[in-house]
Design a protein around this ligand. Structure first.
Ligand code: WTA
Length: 656
């Protein structure tokens, strides 16, 4: 757990009430209303979620049972039939929203596009027809490896349209990482682009796809559909690769939405865990549609008049739930931006806010900390008065960054919505409701209506006061992951048996530490497992260690997170070399580059220390706590008696 965060939040007692005018017009108007919803959801969860599902979504056929809970496996809206793209597109076409902007897109070089609901529907249908033409059928998995362009959203929706589960691989992941995921998902087709623009450079995505597929590297993949973005020369393999614009030209703009069972798989999204390879988190159709829809509507008080902008990448769960599915299901205008703040344009985000009159802005603490470092002059140079609500996600936000966000970006008038959730949860779990919840800087406040969260000890007993514990969820919710793709036992073990079930009650173990203050506010303290959160991106220490030891010079590696002022955490690696290799700066640089090749740039270690020894327990387990302290330059506190050889500590200290 990250100690400094805990200490700083303990001193935090500022309270910010919801703005009166916003509250009066909000979907949820006050704490009393929140409490009533929560009470209702606790005493009658099925009634609560059933009513919402009937009111907020259109179904082709009704369900016969709201929840079938056979711990840890849940089915929501049993036998119900729907298609999420019908809720995201078709149902708006018969209303005035037909010609409303569904997707506003701004490219990094300054090009832009706006697609109305009618236009987006047409292009989604076209791509759906092209996928069918290339042999994709209901149930087949499709890999997506794209930059932040409209076709990324179109690709997700086209898959969902025909019932082909998508698995999006973040465009920053390497060819190796892409290959692993395509193999695990047994993908039949990949939708990619020639490349994308990123911080004034191009990212050659098609080259990575070629590398992933080379030498029959992902044998199930039959075709690659390539969107032209950068225009750079790419190799097109005859009979395997097709340009999207070629096939789009002949594709019909009508494609019926496949009736899906509520529990049919909608997508797989890989995420890092404590051990082994990334897990394929499985989400299904009905529950996910409802949960991403209603969480966004209430937590961001989403209205038809809003221009809503989430700066995440479509490759992460935040992009899935809150750039594509949640906003479109609500009939909102969602903005997508290819660029990012960069030396040539540090104020680009505020340009976009002003240009489109963005009213809801949702980003990560890392971005906020980096932006605040640049000072107030960039935001102050733009008209940000259109903003009414600000959001944050991905890591704990320190009160200083929170206050800067509120004051400089929000003009002291916009509520800050700090949303705690995970790939596994599908949508927000702990979050303020901007018209109802008084906020405290650094706290995600209260569980979302319908969510029963708590902080417990290892035996599942509630922990109160300022004492920390493990964050758990005590009742299933519609947006929860259903399983680990191809590995239900891993799902059971990782999430539901980590804290042993008591009296038949199963507790979902989130992997985060938290504490609840005397007012019932939740304070998230960060991961308690071997997951590192670098700039809001999850990476398993094991993944990075495996990447390092796959280099011939490395005998053993131990990877930990070290505190970083901007990124929250940074990767630090302790490396033991093979006996015939000598440490050098050049070798350290080579190892960093090796990790980038194996996983992607987000996993590049910030520091490498060569060593001859690692602190281990008698059973041979690396004691990461000790390494974390050493990496962050802190005193090694706590019990070191479990170390097999305590002189190791002295050696590591001496190596500083
Ligand atoms: C962390 C991202 C503190 C947490 C949606 C969680 C947060 C992990 C917050 C999930 C927050 C996310 N405050 N920590 N508001 N939001 N986290 O799967 O450690 O990429 O377990 O999902 O991010 O990361 P994931």
């Amino acid at each position: 757990m990250s100690q400094p965060t805990i200490e700083s939040i303990l001193n935090e007692n500022r309270l910010f009430a919801p703005p009166t005018e916003l509250a009066e017009q909000a979907h949820i108007k006050n704490l009393e209303e929140y409490r009533q919803l929560q009470a209702r959801a606790t005493t009658d969860p099925e009634g609560f979620w059933g009513e919402l599902a009937a009111r907020e979504l259109e179904w082709f056929e009704p369900w016969t049972q709201v929840l079938d809970w056979q711990p840890p496996f849940a089915k929501w809206f049993v036998d119900g039939k729907l298609n999420i793209t019908h809720n995201c597109l078709d149902r708006h076409l018969s209303t005035w929203r037909r010609n409303k902007a569904a997707l506003i897109w701004e490219g990094e070089p300054g090009d832009s596009r706006t697609l109305t609901y009618a236009q987006l529907h047409r292009e989604v249908c076209q791509m759906a027809n092209v996928l069918k033409q290339l042999g994709v059928q209901k149930g087949d998995r499709v890999g997506i490896y794209m930059p932040m362009i409209p076709e990324a959203a179109i690709a997700l929706l086209a898959c969902a349209r025909i019932g082909a589960p998508h698995t999006v691989v973040f465009g920053g992941f390497s060819a190796e990482a892409l290959q692993n995921r395509l193999v695990d998902a047994k993908a039949k087709l990949v939708i990619a682009a020639d490349g994308g623009f990123r911080k004034d450079k191009t990212v050659p995505l098609k080259v990575a796809v070629d590398r992933a597929l080379a030498d029959n590297g992902a044998p199930t993949v039959e075709h690659v559909l390539v969107v032209k973005r950068t225009g750079e020369a790419v190799e097109m393999v005859e009979g395997r690769d097709y340009w999207w614009h070629d096939l789009q030209a002949g594709a019909s703009g009508t494609c019926p939405a496949e009736p899906m069972d509520s529990e049919d798989m909608l997508f797989i999204l890989y995420t890092s865990g404590t051990t082994g390879k990334p897990k394929g988190v499985v989400h299904t159709t009905g529950g996910y549609n409802l949960y991403s829809h209603v969480t966004l509507k209430w937590a961001f008080d989403l209205k038809d008049t809003d221009v809503y902008w989430c700066t995440a990448d479509v490759g992460w769960i935040t992009g899935h739930s809150y750039i594509v599915y949640g906003p479109l299901s609500n009939g909102a205008t969602t903005l997508m931006y290819e660029g990012a703040p960069r030396p040539s344009n540090p104020g680009c985000l505020w340009d976009v806010v002003e240009k489109y009159g963005v009213s809801i802005f949702y980003t990560a603490p890392t971005a906020i900390r980096a932006l605040s470092k640049l000072g107030d002059r960039y935001p102050n140079a733009r008209d940000l008065s259109s903003l009414r609500i600000l959001g944050t996600v991905g890591e704990p936000i320190n009160p200083e960054a929170w206050m800067w966000y509120r004051r400089v970006i929000g003009g002291d008038r916009c509520p800050i919505v700090d949303t705690w959730w995970q790939t596994e949860t599908g949508g927000f779990m702990i979050s303020p409701l901007p018209g109802a919840t008084p906020t405290k800087p650094g706290s995600a406040t209260f569980p979302f209506p319908g969510i029963q969260a708590d902080v417990v000890d290892m035996e599942g007993n509630p922990v109160t006061g300022n004492e920390g514990g493990y964050l758990v969820v005590k009742h299933p919710w519609p947006g929860m992951m259903r399983t680990v793709y191809g590995n239900p036992e891993r799902f059971r073990r990782t999430y539901w048996e980590h804290i042993p079930p008591k009296d038949g009650q199963y507790l979902y173990f989130a992997g985060d530490g938290a504490h609840k203050d005397e007012d019932g506010y939740f304070w998230i303290m960060g991961r308690v497992d071997d997951v590192i959160n670098v700039a809001g991106h999850r990476l398993g220490t094991m993944e990075v260690e495996s990447a390092l030891v796959s280099h011939p010079a490395v005998a053993e590696a131990a990877v930990v997170g070290r505190n970083d002022e901007i990124k929250g955490e940074d990767i630090f690696a302790f490396v033991i070399l093979e006996t015939d290799r000598d440490p050098s700066d050049a070798l350290a640089a080579e190892l960093k580059q090796h990790v980038v090749r194996e996983i992607g740039a987000i996993a590049r270690p910030g520091g490498i220390r060569f060593t001859d020894v690692l602190p281990k327990t008698r059973s041979g387990k690396i004691v990461r706590r000790v390494l974390r302290s050493l990496a962050s330059g802190e005193e090694v506190a706590g019990d070191t008696s479990t170390l097999e050889d305590r002189s190791v500590l002295e050696k590591l200290r001496a190596g500083e």
